[in-house]
Ligand binder design. Structure first.
Ligand SMILES: NC(=O)c1ccc[n+]([C@@H]2O[C@H](COP(=O)([O-])OP(=O)(O)OC[C@H]3O[C@@H](n4cnc5c(N)ncnc54)[C@H](O)[C@@H]3O)[C@@H](O)[C@H]2O)c1
Length: 287
């Protein structure tokens, strides 16, 4: 299926990433079927979409009259068979392989033969996920960045089985959303986390070894390297537990001890200091 033929997109999971993905597709004119396991998660997701649309209106990026049209294009469903008419699916359920397997096999069984399934996983091998379906050639990675409506990058990841047609459709689709797709082959951490996570990990080592405070490490990277956020500020935003999990994926997948997670990150996670979401990480946050 070419990108021009795609009209209906299903998004599986209405959490942090899923509601952002639903937002950008609906804004670009696609009919969106947003699926989660409970109605309250769907309503919370739609509330976030509404707030983010209002923010775009305030910034002059979207006409006020468009808000209702964008929202009307999103339908909320809890049953998997309700996604059957989708031409393209983006999976954004929690980063647990057994949840992904259950969701992908069920989606695969209800979709039409030409539909493409994309996963937004940040660390599970696309090749493994593709093999869970009976449409491995029509399976691809579409790794959006958080917050989805604001971030331009989409890593489009080619699983071993992904066909050329599926890959080029996905690149074109990301362009139609106004995003900047970058082609990447399936490998642990893809490019984004392969490069970013060791940076964050090394920044944590600097704090652990007393080279500098978290504030000083972030100041060096912001003022000296022009990074808009310091690596430790960014780690707090991503979640320190997520950072540790991704370091484990890199270490296991690439087999090099240079990817071992910094003990300070692990200690913070053990203390429940997960970053912004828990109110404390390298920095403290108001509830
Ligand atoms: N948060 C990020 O910064 C980020 C960035 C890039 C990629 N990702 C990836 O995106 C995916 C989703 O992450 P998230 O942060 O949005 O997670 P999240 O926990 O915020 O949202 C996941 C949603 O999936 C729902 N869900 C659970 N089981 C489901 C099912 N069977 N069917 C449909 N929905 C189901 C949950 O109720 C929840 O609403 C993960 O694979 C993650 O690695 C996350």
């Amino acid at each position: 299926m070419s990108a021009n033929e795609i009209q209906t997109v299903a998004v599986l999971g209405a959490g942090t990433m899923g509601n952002g993905i639903a937002h950008v597709f609906a804004r670009a004119g696609y009919r969106v079927i947003l699926r989660d396991v409970e109605q309250r998660f769907l309503e919370r997701g739609l509330e976030t979409v509404t707030k983010n649309l209002d923010r775009e209106i305030k910034k002059g990026k979207l006409a006020e009259t468009e808000r209702a049209n964008v929202l009307a294009r999103i339908s909320l469903v809890t049953d998997m068979p309700a996604i059957a008419t989708a031409d393209f699916v983006v999976e954004a359920v929690p980063e647990k392989i057994e949840i992904k397997r259950a969701v992908l096999t069920e989606a695969d069984s209800v979709l039409g033969p030409d539909a493409i399934i994309a996963s937004n996983t940040s660390s599970i091998a696309m090749t493994t996920l593709a093999a869970m379906t009976k449409r491995a050639d029509r399976f691809v990675g579409m790794h959006f960045m958080n917050p989805v409506p604001m971030m331009l990058l989409v890593e489009v990841i080619r699983a071993l089985q992904t066909s050329d047609a599926t890959f080029s459709t996905t690149i074109n689709l990301a362009e139609k959303l106004g995003k900047k797709p970058v082609a990447v082959n399936d490998a642990p951490g893809f490019v984004s986390n392969r490069v970013l996570m060791p940076l964050i990990n090394e920044a944590a080592y600097c704090v652990l070894e007393g080279v500098a405070t978290a504030e000083a490490v972030d100041a060096v990277m912001k003022t000296g390297m022009n990074h808009p956020m310091g690596p430790l500020e960014l780690a707090d935003f991503i979640g320190l537990d997520v950072c540790v999990d991704i370091m484990h994926v890199l270490q296991e997948g690439l087999g090099d001890p240079k990817y071992r997670a910094c003990p300070l990150l692990k200690k913070y996670v053990a203390a429940g200091w997960l970053g912004k979401k828990s109110g404390r990480g390298f920095y403290t946050y108001q509830p």
